[in-house]
Design a protein around this ligand. Structure first.
Ligand code: ADP
Length: 484
């Protein structure tokens, strides 16, 4: 870690604009998943420190929300400029703690900046309403106000942009924040503190702390000064937080797990579908909540698609340390992630699937699993019902459009889905019947700051990005002006 500017590498927490450790002095170690090397340690904070972070955000709230949207936008643009000035350093930190290829790390950070810039402008369009009054002597005015202090709990798979998305919407709305990143990728998060300092953000507007996740989550749910919880992570933890936040009637946004179907119909452009499958399935080594998890291919093109996908995987996917320029597939985040992929492969093979390529852990340092293709998948297999979160592409065969829709919807999740077809009627029929928040039609990667991103069913509540992304951080106020 010697080749980057230590100014953005912080191993303390950022509370009220000060760099502090845990009360206990304890720390948590962070390792590089590509090498197993120790990168550094961060404070092991609990409820007391979280309480102080919420107090700092509460103190900063009145002045921040009193700023004009334009003034908040200026601060946010300054933060974006600071991020882009340190793009290379931030990417090295991200790749070192998370593993993704350096070019993807840069892409992630640049996309995060787009979210912040988008919301900086969108904050100027938080319009209210005047509603025609049913009373001659009264007027009805509807305004939108920031919900207050927002608590963000974020995952390791996009250590930078998951924070940027939430931070953009929260700050533009006039909220202040307490951010708790994943224990696996805290340095990308703590860098936001250094950048906020550089950009001159008022102290306490952003607070970042690391440590005991359940304790920090409890304090966020139970402390009455924190009014909103925004979470990206597993459905299990999301439900826990939603239940606890519900007890205290807090506003919540939940971006949870998925089990994305990727459907290839007989009338699809197969080369385009293969390209989409590679991008959707193997981006981030299969570790995104919108990664294709179940690939359904219509019987007439099944064998051809399998051959083309195998050829593309072997030609395009190159596992290795993300710092190497040729790497397209970084490591999985940890041993548990490798074990899960191995278990899904073993389960499928036991139940009759055929191994086409991959199917093993790589014999290198770090936590790598070979990009894997299985055919002959069936609904009895674990992959059909659980998110693998790794580089395993399993091909299921189907006969009719109705079958494809039924199988695709046969899950408690509803985040992303994808399908490939060149028929206009089919495109609309399938698009309308898929029970998902995000639909990629002839496209495998669809995320952008200008469109809403959110799931239905067990995949969550609320949207990030687009004009809809601000709603999650705003309360509606109705004022009735009488006696005219
Ligand atoms: P993943 O399986 O993708 O790591 P998690 O839901 O376990 O997803 O983690 C996402 C985020 O939630 C991380 O920041 C993690 O530390 C945090 N987290 C885990 N358990 C809890 C909990 N009980 N309360 C609050 N946050 C939690």
């Amino acid at each position: 870690m010697s080749s980057f500017n230590p100014a953005i590498f912080k191993d303390l927490n950022y509370i009220g604009g000060e760099w502090v450790g845990a009360d206990s002095g304890q720390t948590v170690a962070v390792t590089n998943p590509a090498t197993g090397d120790h990168i550094g340690s961060v404070p092991m904070c609990g409820r007391a420190e979280t309480n102080r972070a919420i107090a700092a955000a509460t103190s900063a709230l009145p002045a921040w929300k009193a700023l004009t949207a334009d003034a908040r936008a200026t601060h946010m643009v300054n933060l974006c400029d600071a991020i882009m000035d340190h793009l290379d350093d931030l990417a090295i930190v991200l790749t070192s703690e998370m593993g993704k290829p350096l070019a993807e790390a840069k892409g992630e950070i640049a996309l995060g900046v787009k979210y912040i810039r988008f919301f900086a402008e969108e904050g100027k369009r938080i319009y209210g309403d005047t509603i025609p009054s049913p009373w001659a002597d009264r007027r009805i005015v509807v305004t939108k106000e920031p919900v207050g202090v927002a608590g963000a709990i974020t995952p390791w798979n996009f250590p930078n942009s998951m924070i940027a998305r939430k931070l953009g919407a929260a700050l533009a709305s006039g909220c202040t924040m307490v951010i708790k990143p994943s224990e696996f990728t805290p340095f990308s998060a703590l860098a936001f503190g250094a950048l906020a300092d550089k950009a001159g953000l008022p102290k306490g507007v952003i607070n970042i702390l690391t440590g005991d996740a359940p304790a920090i989550g409890e304090e966020m749910c139970e402390n009455p000064d924190l009014r909103k919880i925004t979470f990206t992570g597993s459905t299990r933890v999301g439900k826990l937080l939603a239940a606890n936040a519900g007890k205290h009637m807090k506003k919540i946004s939940m971006e949870l797990g998925g089990n994305a179907p990727f459907i290839v119909f007989d009338d699809a452009d197969l080369d385009r579908a293969v390209e989409g499958a590679i991008a959707s399935k193997f981006r981030n080594s299969g570790q995104t909540c919108v990664c294709a998890n179940r690939i359904y291919v219509q019987a007439g093109v099944y064998d051809q698609f399998a051959d083309k996908l195998k050829a593309a995987m072997e030609a395009q996917l190159s596992p290795g340390n993300g710092m190497e320029p040729d790497t397209t597939q970084g490591p999985l985040i940890n041993e548990a992630a490798v074990d899960k992929v191995a278990a899904h492969v073993a389960d499928a093979l036991e139940k009759g699937a055929t191994l086409v390529t991959g199917g093993k852990r790589l014999e290198t340092a770090g936590t790598f699993y070979a990009p894997t293709l299985l055919t002959g998948m069936t609904q009895e297999m674990r992959v059909a019902h659980e998110e693998t979160f790794g580089p395993l592409a399993g091909l299921f065969k189907f006969e009719t459009e109705e079958d494809a829709i039924r199988l695709a919807n046969d899950t408690e999740y509803g985040l992303a889905c994808y399908f490939y077809s060149n028929g206009l009627g089919r495109t609309y029929r399938v698009m309308e019947q898929l029970q998902y928040g995000l639909v990629g039609v002839n496209e495998g990667v669809i995320t952008t700051e200008v469109a809403p991103f959110g799931g239905v069913k067990d995949s969550g509540l609320g949207n990030e990005g687009s004009k809809y992304g601000l709603d999650d951080y705003l309360n509606i106020k109705y004022s009735c002006i009488g006696g005219l």
